[in-house]
Design a protein around this ligand. Structure first.
Ligand code: KG4
Ligand code: ZN
Length: 480
């Protein structure tokens, strides 16, 4: 039987067929597996530890952790090979992240360099500056991840890297690095979808989480409700028609004069604790749209108008505000958070009903992405999910915000089923054109969920991950 593999990375066009190469990659793997048997084995701990609760894990400008999440979810499944070890690299936005993860879910290392100063200086992510910052630290971040895992490149089974969606300039830095490592050490390479990685990392932390499941993915650039049928196959039930919730948190923080060093979300969440969440009347967006789509642009405007009405000066940091000014800011933060999350609640309720019609066996709902680290979000959505008799799976905050673990893990999931590219050449010209996918849908849009309010910008959108993978399996069937 001729085996054909889909390629997710730049060296090969998406639908090319490379049976010979796949065999080569397999042989490489078996060699690597033998090497892994010789690796010093680390004593696994069986409690689930959130890296954020570790004393080693501080969100300073440059931080790392060796804390292991040792849920070992797949150790009894022969398809999940404990000896696989994958390096994951993430540079799609403003965090430069790398991690090494073992096939059984053990996190051997996790390193992140964040661009806090730039975020404060520009009040958001400036692509060119972000690219330069990634380029400055990428080598060190990857080296630290390997060192903390006590491994060298030779011990790896594959390299996984985010190829989209995200900022092209930033994605390029990670992809270039990943291809250098893979090329120099003859390693297969797996191109990863950033939003799929946010969803699948939940399978690393929750052993019971199997397909099909639902996911709400909430970050700075995305607001997605998806139904995950199986690995690589997703139906998009809802998305945002304009801004994502994380963007609304970030702008609210900026306009309220909050400290943006940890991004806006955590600052709003903290100040909201002091405020009265019902004091400022904001309208819940898209209340009368009977779909699962989101909109946060209007809520942003409502917040801006409330801030203007209270004559809050963003240039005056909240730490220097008078008591009354501080209370006004806290009331706006709390009222904004309440309504922003109510919008999530309403759409999630409907999306769960739709998903159960399509896949009645669903047992879990995943909530992930940076905004899912918010305690209020978790609490409110847990109520919704439990009322629908589902179980909420929410990764620890350090795995909700952008990280290398989710990329390594998603790389592992695809690698196991044969979706990877062969090692790139050891040297590639500086001007090599990488296949980056800045706009890359995760799944096909559910017809019932199509919103008229949604602008249909189609320029330079890649086919969705789902349609690419479907096309690949069809080709495999016709060739066997
Ligand atoms: O997933 P992520 O790290 O990066 C993107 O893919 O965008 O998400 C970043 C977003 C930012 O908008 C940030 O403000 C938001 O997640 N965020 C939060 C919290 N922590 C991060 N939003 C609300 N509450 C939080 N605790
Ligand atoms: Zn993200």
């Amino acid at each position: 039987m001729v085996r054909l593999f889909l390629t997710l990375s730049p060296a090969i066009s998406r639908f090319n067929l490379y049976p010979g190469i796949s065999i080569l990659a397999r042989n490489n793997n078996s060699l690597r597996l033998q090497k892994h048997h010789k690796l010093k084995t680390k004593t696994p701990t069986f409690s689930l530890i959130s890296p954020s609760s570790s004393p080693n894990f501080q969100r300073t400008r440059f931080y790392s952790t060796e804390t292991r999440i040792s849920s070992l979810p797949y150790s009894e499944n022969p398809n999940f090979d404990d000896n696989l070890v994958v390096l994951g690299i993430e540079t799609s936005c403003d965090d430069t992240a790398a991690a090494v993860v073992r096939g059984n879910g053990e996190i051997l290392s996790q390193v992140i360099s964040s661009q806090a100063e730039l975020l404060v200086q520009y009040g958001g992510v400036a692509p060119k500056q972000a690219e330069e910052a990634h380029s400055r630290v990428i080598d060190k971040v990857v080296q630290d991840a390997l060192d903390k895992a006590n491994l060298t490149e030779k011990d790896l089974s594959a390299v996984a890297v985010t190829i989209g969606p995200g900022l092209s300039l930033c994605l390029r830095v990670g992809v270039r690095k990943a291809r250098r490592v893979a090329g120099n050490f003859s390693l297969p390479i797996v191109g990863v979808h950033h939003m799929e990685a946010h969803a699948l990392v939940a399978r690393l932390v929750e052993q019971e989480l199997s397909f099909p499941f639902m996911a709400l993915l909430i970050s700075g650039g995305h607001n997605l409700l998806v139904l995950a049928h199986k690995l690589g196959q997703y139906t998009q039930l809802g998305t945002t028609v304009d801004d994502a919730i994380g963007e609304a948190f970030d702008k609210t923080a900026k306009w309220l004069g909050l400290d943006m060093h940890r991004s806006g979300g955590p600052a709003v969440e903290e100040l909201a604790l002091e405020g009265d969440a019902k004091s400022v009347k904001f309208n819940v967006p898209m209340k009368y749209h009977k779909d699962c789509n989101f909109s946060y642009a209007g809520l942003k405007t409502q917040v801006r108008l409330a801030i203007e009405a209270k004559e809050i000066d963003a240039k005056c940091p909240v730490s220097s505000a008078t008591n009354e000014d501080r209370r006004n800011r806290a009331d706006i933060a709390a009222s904004f958070q309440r309504v922003a999350v109510l919008h999530l609640e309403e759409k999630c309720e409907r999306a769960i009903d739709w998903a159960l019609e399509l896949e009645p066996s669903i047992k879990h709902m995943v909530i992930s992405g940076g905004v899912a680290s918010n305690k209020y979000v978790r609490l409110r959505l847990n109520n919704i999910v439990e009322n629908k008799n589902l179980k909420l799976v929410c990764p620890p905050p350090s795995l909700c915000t952008d990280n290398g673990v989710m990329v390594a893990w998603t790389g592992l999931e695809h690698f196991r089923v044969g979706r990877y590219d062969p090692p790139p050449p050891a040297t590639e010209p500086e001007d090599y054109v990488y296949d980056l996918r800045p706009r890359w849908p995760l799944g096909e849009e559910y017809a019932k969920g199509r919103s008229e309010a949604r602008s249909m910008r189609t320029a330079r959108i890649h086919p969705s991950l789902t349609s690419i993978i479907r096309a690949d399996s069809l080709q495999q069937q016709t060739q066997t």
